[in-house]
Design a protein around this ligand. Structure first.
Ligand code: KG4
Ligand code: ZN
Length: 351
């Protein structure tokens, strides 16, 4: 079964974490991006609870699908293909999306594309900024992943250069926010309070940037030591009886994260002869990351591409975007028994 390759109408489903996303793309044009989130249900636990996320996907799937079709004025019968996040992500959460996509593809008699969540984060940018130059570099930073990828072809050739060896960047934001008494998810709150603080007031460590680390972990990240350094600093301050300068801690912590992310991303571009850097994932919404990436890319002669914040966080449009590119590239669809693969390797663009 193959889909019409010219201006295909592709529906994308995303359920890898706590967002139920359904997006529809017509050719390279985004028609709708419907998202339901269970983030409020996880807030009191300070992190996403897999079982709660799975149940929320099950409840939100059909209403979100109906909302997407209604808003786009699309009938399911008009679809040329269905795409779904096959992995990586939470196993139970992924299963809900994969099962829904299989049911749709089977009932409609259209091809099914099981795609990699990280490649979809890269592909979404084409909806706003057009085709990706080959090769491009992608820095993907979210609550679940922090990766540096060399991308010759987002539909089939994605090469990992580096990743976090412990916490993801967004996870570090969320943990530090909790330490500072800010709500979950903490990234946007740290971003906000940091505006009134000093980015150089406290010298927090820059993980994996020392010479010996650069030898073994040139493009890798580590945020666990930074998180611990912030925790110790706050503890010492509290023990001294002095108030914790929340804005300064937030700003100095954020500066340490953003400094390392942008430094390594620009280095990777330079050393691999790549002149386009794409930044995606929830943390790409961070105002300091956007500003520093813009500054450092301009200095290095690198073109920076960052999707608008709504497309940086998890959504269905990114899956539809990648599915659409796969159809246009003439890639064969996935088998109907495709798995929900919680640890799907980034090199595997399609299941
Ligand atoms: O991509 P995403 O919606 O979900 C996954 O984790 O895959 O990313 C959510 C993460 C959370 O850790 C959140 O705190 C972080 O992105 N985040 C931010 C900002 N907005 C969201 N981190 C820093 N600054 C922000 N403005
Ligand atoms: Zn994501």
């Amino acid at each position: 079964m193959t889909a019409r390759t010219e201006r295909p109408l592709v529906l994308g489903i995303e359920t890898s974490c706590d967002e139920t996303g359904v997006g529809i793309v017509h050719g390279g044009e985004l028609l709708v991006d419907a998202v339901a989130t269970s983030v409020d249900e996880h807030a009191r636990f300070g992190g996403v609870v897999p079982e709660v996320a799975s149940r929320a996907h099950l409840e939100a799937m059909v209403p979100t699908l109906e909302r997407a079709c209604t808003q786009a004025g699309v009938r399911l019968a008009d679809l040329d293909a269905v795409a779904v996040t096959s992995g990586p992500g939470l196993a139970g959460a992924l299963t809900v999306g994969v099962a829904a996509a299989k049911a749709l593809a089977l009932a409609l008699g259209v091809p099914l594309y099981g795609v990699n969540h990280l490649a979809a984060h890269v592909a979404v940018d084409t909806l706003e900024h057009g085709p990706l130059p080959s090769p491009s570099m992608a820095l993907l930073v979210s609550g679940g992943h922090s990766s540096l990828l060399l991308v010759p072809d987002v539909t089939g050739d994605v090469r990992p250069l580096g990743r976090t060896i412990d916490d993801a960047a967004g996870e570090a934001f969320d943990k530090v926010a909790r330490l500072l008494g800010l709500p979950f998810p903490g990234g946007p709150h740290v971003d906000r309070v940091a505006r009134d603080g000093g980015p150089a007031t406290i010298a927090f460590p820059r993980g994996l940037t020392a010479a010996h680390d650069m030898a073994d972990h040139r493009y890798d990240f580590s945020f666990s030591g930074l998180k611990t350094a912030v925790a110790r600093w706050v503890e010492r301050r509290e023990a001294s009886g002095e108030p914790v300068p929340v804005a300064d801690v937030a700003a100095s912590f954020q500066e340490a994260v953003v400094d390392v992310l942008t430094r390594k991303a620009v280095l990777a571009c330079r050393e691999n002869g790549v002149d386009t850097l794409l930044v995606g994932g929830g943390v790409a919404a961070n105002s300091r990351l956007r500003a520093m990436a813009a500054e450092r890319c301009a200095d290095a002669g690198i073109t920076l591409r960052v999707p608008r914040p709504g497309l940086c966080t998890d959504n269905g449009a990114m899956v539809a975007a990648l599915g659409s590119l796969m159809v246009a590239a003439g890639r064969p669809p996935s088998a109907l028994d495709l798995p929900a693969d919680s640890s799907m390797p980034v090199t595997l663009v399609q299941a």
